[in-house]
Design a protein around this ligand. Structure first.
Ligand code: GTR
Length: 328
């Protein structure tokens, strides 16, 4: 607990009682981020913490640790639940094991497109997912964008599900994704993001999946040159604060933090759109081989067992799926 206030003065009484921060008290927040400092998420997080600092007159300040130097996403999620990390930006995919309801966004092809995902997350479903995340000790502040994810391999392009057969893919830490690749006839292994480059290079896996900016900024394109535009996942991300850090804020500061988070999300979505284009240009110039998918339906049709299995494990997903499907 003390660690989070390192270098700042906070009265012992306030520490013991866990009182809301008053004008004299200060919190120094430790922020986890997986991405490189020039990534849209990173710039938006920097904006968030510096504006929060300004608008709370320094009662809340902090530092963003980029490039996963504070650990893998899986570890950071546990750390945040324990209060060791105060704020972070997580992909909802790896949050699934801690918050089963959010698995609804990990169902392949659940969203029609990125705009549909935004409409869903900015409405009632987003609210319900935020509530579910709160039960896990994480306060969701704003939804960020991460475009759509597609497969890329070291071996050959993927045009039909048959091309996946026998290949081994890296997936994020969530069993649902293992099922997703298996439903296409491949094998999958969950690995931390930081391990993917080397695993592709040494042949531990034959492929992975991600959006254009991550494919580019992680340099995966250097070792896996066939990018096949399956767009099977459209995953929202979340800017969030640990419940422990949140509980120490006054109501007025909570309001400021929420407002700034919303602004940062708007900024992130704009930066995202630009970066997607730029990243695509960079990797195409570097010589990757791109293919569009003519028959996406073949991939969608293969996902039946993934949906059935997810609903069987967590019946609450049924209602969320219906809600998402009813949104135009
Ligand atoms: C990125 C995402 C990260 C992380 C990564 C991965 O697109 O922004 O949070 O989930 O993918 O594949 O591990």
């Amino acid at each position: 607990m003390i660690k989070r206030f390192a270098g700042k003065t906070l009265g012992a009484a306030a520490l013991v009682a866990g009182l809301a921060l008053t004008s004299g008290a200060q919190a120094a927040w430790k922020g986890w981020n997986i991405h490189t400092p020039d990534y849209p998420v990173s710039e938006a997080m920097e904006y968030f913490i510096s504006e929060v600092d300004k608008r709370t007159d320094g009662r809340v300040s902090g530092k963003v640790y980029h490039s996963a130097v504070l650990g893998s996403q899986e570890d950071a999620i546990s750390q945040m639940q324990l209060g060791g990390i105060d704020f972070a930006e997580f992909n909802l995919g790896p949050l699934g094991p801690s918050v089963p309801e959010v698995n609804v966004v990990s169902l392949p092809f659940i969203f029609k497109d990125v705009e549909h995902m935004h409409r869903v997350m900015d409405g009632q479903v987003g609210q319900e997912l935020g509530d579910a995340i709160a039960k896990a000790g994480i306060v969701a502040l704003a939804w960020y964008d991460s475009g759509s994810r597609s497969f890329y391999t070291t071996k050959h392009p993927i045009s039909t599900p048959a091309d996946v057969k026998g290949m081994k893919f890296r997936v994020m830490n969530n069993e649902l994704y293992v099922g997703m690749v298996e439903a296409l006839g491949g094998n999958a292994t969950p690995l931390a993001y930081s391990e993917v480059y080397q695993s592709l290079k040494t042949g531990v896996v034959d492929g992975a999946e991600n959006n254009w900016p991550s494919y580019e900024s992680s340099n995966h394109y250097e070792v896996a040159q066939y990018y096949s535009d399956t767009q099977h996942l459209i995953l929202p991300e979340v800017l969030c604060v640990s419940q422990q850090a949140w509980d120490k804020l006054s109501d007025a500061d909570k309001k400021v933090v929420r407002e700034v988070a919303q602004e940062s999300a708007k900024m992130q979505r704009e930066l995202w759109a630009k970066r997607e284009q730029k990243s695509r240009e960079i990797v195409e110039k570097a010589g990757i081989q791109y293919n569009a998918i003519d028959d996406k339906k073949a991939f969608q049709d293969a996902m039946g067992p993934v949906y059935e299995d997810a609903v069987k494990k967590n019946p609450a997903l049924k209602d969320l799926i219906d809600q998402i499907r009813s949104i135009e």
